[in-house]
Design a binder for this molecule. Structure first.
Ligand code: B12
Ligand code: SF4
Length: 456
């Protein structure tokens, strides 16, 4: 049957990229809704690590994560001061073109976008789609299209650009362009089954976040916080497990633990009562303040394998300016409960932001040491300045790049907010934090962990 709607997930152009439970959930949800009303939907995932035509299969790691296929590409000239190689992650362009042809001309193409600085992959995907099917309308949406709509309208070459959470206007636009062929949807869930292989499934049990951290775009992307019906989420998880044998599930929520007793608690009770043996991961950070002994126990029982929390910094002065979602005292308490419940230190990661305006690496190391002292594994997350967020004005002031001129400058790996990055010191700080993680792993016991915190 001819395809009505083709969904495209574009390439990533970056210094580094890793499939850490990364799937284009928004696009897959739209595909599900279109299938529900009778559209025949197909997927072309440029990042597909399992595509049979890849010249070399990328290495895969535990719990469904792994590498993408990667081809070195010239580094944008203004990154000449960044001593790292640049690459395109995903299938070779030839394979992408073959796939476009194999799937046949669709009636409409929907392209998603994620990080603002990954837009070159979006431009390329739209260009190739237009080259092969010049008559087919291309619609663009997603995070980049929402955060940088003017840039997307001028640079990408899509026929229509949608900003914000997918809304009725998308479905109206699709309906105006093509009538559903009447195909029957196999199920109502995001279209993970259109992939070559399903290594894991990602789930959002809620949208948005009630907190308003100055560096974060959550409110711009989803202005109101909304939680889904827990029964419906549990059924979705059960469906993927029973129908496709999926074991690993990653949550994409910005505030997964909020209202725990009436939300995630209910979902996990359902999973346990059905006797499902699953593994859960939270690559997007959880809130330390919501960890109680009961929460920790239920997370452990239900099979949470990888937990990540947001602390951002342990430095009191910066915390006062930067972060109100947790207090620094939440860390020891939460870690004690989690360890008591049975988690090991290497399962408990705590994100620390670095590369912030006017931040030095000693502060970063001291925060990492504070985290390790309490038996958790510190993970460094480089700051990416996002337009229209509160901290962006400060980023504009300190950045060595004209941030407003090109979203490429939002790339976290180039440390855009350092006026003169000391790359040696950056590598040394990374090594320092890696060594702390190794120590946490080596010395992790249920009773705790003993490292002397360095005073601030
Ligand atoms: C899950 C997630 C991740 C995952 C990976 C996700 C993936 N698919 O690859 C992980 C945890 C790995 C990750 C990593 C990072 N992330 Co992240 N991540 C998110 C998060 C929380 C959710 C994205 C999501 O899937 N949402 C759910 C779906 C349903 O929404 P959606 O895709 O936007 O789709 C909706 C609409 O956009 C629209 N839509 C989507 N596609 C289309 C297509 C069409 C045609 C239409 C009409 C509409 C449409 O409809 C959907 C339904 O409403 C967002 C924050 C957020 N709240 O969105 C940050 C976010 C995207 N991440 C961000 C950042 C900073 C990062 C990191 C740099 C963090 C760090 N410092 O390490 C890394 C970078 C990774 C890298 N370099 O490889 C920033 C963006 C930065 C930027 N400049 O763009 C965000 C916005 C968070 C923030 N701080 O504000 N991330
Ligand atoms: S708590 Fe997390 S998701 Fe919510 S605003 Fe802060 S950083 Fe963003």
């Amino acid at each position: 049957m001819a395809v009505d709607v083709l969904l495209i997930n574009p390439w990533i152009y970056d210094f580094a990229a890793y499939d850490l439970w990364a799937r284009p959930l928004g696009l897959f949800q739209i595909g599900a809704k279109l299938r529900q009303v009778g559209y025949q939907v197909a997927l072309l995932d440029a990042l597909d690590p399992f595509h049979p035509e890849l010249p070399k299969p990328p290495r895969r790691k535990s719990f469904g994560t792994g590498h993408y296929f990667r081809q070195p590409v010239p580094k944008p000239v203004f990154f000449s001061d960044v001593p790292r190689r640049f690459a395109r992650y995903g299938m070779p362009a030839e394979v992408f073109k073959q796939e476009l042809k194999r799937l046949g001309p669709p009636k409409v193409i929907l392209v998603t976008s994620l990080m603002t600085y990954w837009y070159p992959g979006v431009v390329e995907a739209v260009r190739l789609a237009k080259e092969i099917y010049p008559e087919v309308p291309v619609l663009l949406g997603g995070v980049y299209a929402t955060l940088c709509p003017e840039h997307a309208r001028t640079m990408v070459g899509a026929d229509l650009v949608f900003s914000g959470p997918e809304d009725k206007s998308l479905f109206k636009a699709v309906q105006d362009l093509v009538k559903p062929s009447g195909a029957k949807a196999p199920h109502p869930y995001p279209v993970f089954d259109l992939q070559t292989h399903i290594p894991y499934v990602v789930i959002a049990t809620s949208y948005g976040c009630p907190f308003g951290c100055p560096y974060c775009a959550s409110k711009l992307l989803q202005p109101t916080f909304r939680q889904r019906d827990p029964e419906e989420v549990a059924s979705e998880i059960e469906f993927w497990h029973k129908s496709y044998g999926v074991i690993d599930f990653a949550f994409y929520d910005d505030a997964l633990l909020l209202n725990f007793d009436h939300h995630l608690g209910v979902i996990l009770d359902k999973i346990l009562s059905k006797g499902l043996k699953l593994r859960f991961h939270t690559p997007n950070a959880l809130h330390l303040r919501f960890i109680t002994p009961e929460v920790a126990h239920l997370l452990y029982q239900a099979g949470f394998e990888t937990l990540r929390f947001g602390l951002e910094t342990a430095d009191p002065k910066r915390r006062a300016k930067l972060d109100h979602k947790v207090s620094v005292e939440d860390l020891p308490r939460a870690m004690a409960y989690l360890r008591e419940a049975g988690f090991r230190g290497e399962q408990l990661g705590v994100y620390l932001l670095w590369g912030l305006p006017d931040q030095d690496f000693e502060e970063v190391k001291a925060s990492a040491r504070y985290v390790a002292y309490h038996g958790a594994s510190p993970y460094l997350a480089e700051y990416s300045p996002i337009p229209k967020t509160e901290l962006y004005q400060e980023a504009l002031r300190v950045s060595r790049y004209p941030l407003d001129e090109d979203p490429l400058f939002h790339n976290n790996s180039c440390f855009p907010c350092l006026s003169k990055p000391d790359w040696e010191a950056i590598e040394e700080t990374k090594r320092y934090v890696r060594a702390l993680r190794a120590e946490v792993k080596a010395r992790s016991t249920p009773r705790g962990f003993h490292l002397k915190p360095r005073p601030f």
